[in-house]
Structures are given as structure tokens and as C-alpha cells.
Design a protein around this ligand. Sequence first.
Ligand SMILES: *Cc1c(COP(=O)(O)O)cnc(C)c1O
Length: 418
Amino acid sequence: MHDFKFRKNELFCENVKVRSIAQKVGTPFYCYSYKTFIDHFQKIQKAFKEVNPTVCFAVKSNSNLAVLKALADKGAGFDIVSGGELKKVLKIKADPQKIAYASVGKTDNEITTALKAGILFFNVESLPELKRIDLIAQKMKKKAPVALRINPDVEAPTHKAITTGTLKNKFGIDLKTAREILTHQEKYPFIKFKGIHIHIGSQITKIDPFVSAIQKMIKFLETLKNLGVTLEYFDVGGGIGIMYYDTPTPTAEEFAKEMVPLLKKTGMKIVLEPGRFISGNSGILVSKVLYLKDNGAKKFLIVDAGMNDLIRPALYNSYHNIVPVKKSSAKRSTMDIVGPICESGDFFAKDRKFPELKNGDLIAIMSAGAYGHVMSSNYNVRPRVPEILVKGKQWEVVRKRETFEDLIKKESIPKFLK
Ligand SMILES: *Cc1c(COP(=O)(O)O)cnc(C)c1O
């Protein structure tokens, strides 16, 4: 599953004692396992090998350059959603022909940069966007490669903030409009229509929604074929869910077993965009206990990480397993594990049975590799925490802790206040 394991009551990341990292870099910090990243990338690749997919890691789930480089070196492509992410993957010399670019609001600048870079395709999310790309491509005397992101209108059982595949969501083009576009390609002379794309949501732990969405697309592709339109690529998106604690989720093979026969039938080139599946269990957030507070009604374990460092519990009410970095024999009781921020939403666990740790003890918030550091902020004037990458016995800081100077360097007092 992952490479964070206890040896003689001490938590290790691969062959490095997590506590020894804390002694060198202080807390809080994110700690990533190289091996877990690569294993999960290869699990997907292997499970779907019959359709020889281009596996494009979703950069938004974890965009550290070291992580991107490690995956690119193993042959990963990238699913990006902004000009910033594009620049990051170009910086690590990713193969542009393995970059798919989605986002409902691409700017002229972003479109131009991506066209220059020669990406695989834009995943286009609306008719106005398509027209805009056509216009920009014309000015650049280029043909823009495009896959239409179709909104298949299927419900995926996940948190409402991360479902994307119904017509109530802002994502993708409805089937009727998509058919209109694809049967009148001559209206967009500077677009090269390469394929279709779907992405129905995130942290989906059931196989059915993927199957129904793919089946819907197969029907759509058949309709298109009858109208004389064939396409090269089918980008199936991401969204495969992971195990956050002890409820088992389907494995990559189990997903593939149902999906591959359908995908094979299309005869198209397949693109997959897993994010969380690759990064989720590859990282932890390590934090130090400050206080154990008992207000008579309830106990609170107050730690030095906050919702600005990991917002998933506050944002999605997500469950994260939490463990003491050194196994503890302290009395266990029911408590909330919370950060220092002035918000009631600043918690990591509610009513959790946990040892009564004391000041200075370390905890690890597990499965924090996806949508962790990338969603962090400076709220409460808190510097963003460092990221550490471990490989075997080696480890390095791959993003330094921000300093107070970093936090204020873009701010200034205006002349009229001086
Ligand atoms: C977020 C996103 C993904 C990755 O989602 P995961 O749930 O992390 O796998 C893939 N494709 C697109 C278009 C996305 O927006």
C-alpha cells in the first residue's frame, strides 16, 4: 500500500526514521516516499497495459518539482490545469506530447504558451473556449490540438465539492453541443480535433460510475462514427479513489478489469489522468504536539500544523488516519486533534480515540500526499511548511520552509501612509 511503516515502534518512511527528519528540519513538514509514488504510477500502467495508456499524472494533486521529475523519469505524462503547472512540467523537461491541459477558464496567455510548447491537446470545456483557441491558433498560424471535455451527466458517489460529471457542474460540454461541434469541424479551421475527454470527479471508490460514463461515451462515439466522424484519443480522466483508513477500495486491477474491455472496444488511444491514486498515500504531514487541553466537556490535542497546511478535513470533512510517530503507551481517550488557527474548522480529527500525548511528541497525518501542500496557504501569517522526499536511505528537502521575509516581501506601505 505505502512505504510508511513502523519498525520497533518508530515510524519510518522507506529506510529513514521520520523523527530524525523532524530533528533536522523542525515541524511541521510534508514527507514523501519516492517508492510509493513510483509504485502507484506503475500499478496503473500495469493494470491498464492491454490498452497501452498514456498515464498523465494530475499535477494539481502534488506539484513539487522533485515529484514531477521522479514520475517523468519513469515515463509519466502530465494532466495540467493552469499556465503555472505548464511551466512547472516544462521546467522538468516533460515530453510535451504527454501533456493534456484541462480547465474551464484558460486565458489567452495560457493558451498561447501551451500552443508554443506543442502539448498533446487542450481539453476544451466550452464552445466559447473552442472559438477563442481557434482564433489564437489562427494568429499564431498553427493548428491547435483539441479533445472535447464531455460532461457525461453521470452522478459519482463522492463529496459534492469534488463531483464534476453532472450538468449541475461547471465542467465539460454537453453531448448535444459536442455533437454539433464535431460534425461541423470546418467551422473551426485552426483546430485539430484529436479526441474526447471525461473526468467525472475525485475520490471515487466505486467502479460503476466509470463504467457508465465510458459506456455513454462509447454510444456517443458510435453516433459520431455514423455521422462520419472518427477521433484518435479517448482521455478517461482521473478520479480513482484511495483508502484513507481501513475501508478497502478497489485496486487498480479491479478498476481495469471492468474498464479495459470497454476501452479496447473503442480501438482508440487511451489517456488516463490519475492524481490522488498516485500521490495520496505517498505523503504524510508530520506535526508536533503543543498541548493537551481538557475543558471539562471535551479533550483537544493541539498540534503545530493547521488547516492552512492541510485543508482537506475543513474543506471536505475528510478522514485522515493519524498516528503517533513513536508508538505510545499513554492512556487513550476520545479527543479532537486540532491546529492553532482561529477557526473552528481548523481540525484534523474529531472525536478520535488517541493516546494522550504530551508537548513535543510527534504525530503523522497519513495519506496527505494529494491535495495537501498544493492547497496550503499563509493564513494567519503562517509560513508554508517544507516538503521532504525520501528514497531508500536518502532524503532531501525538496521545498524549503518559508521564512517571515518570504511572507512579506511582496507587501509595501503606500506613500500616502508614510
Ligand atoms: C483533478 C483532475 C484529475 C485528477 O483527479 P484525482 O481525483 O486526483 O485522480 C484528473 N483530470 C482532471 C481534468 C482533473 O481536474
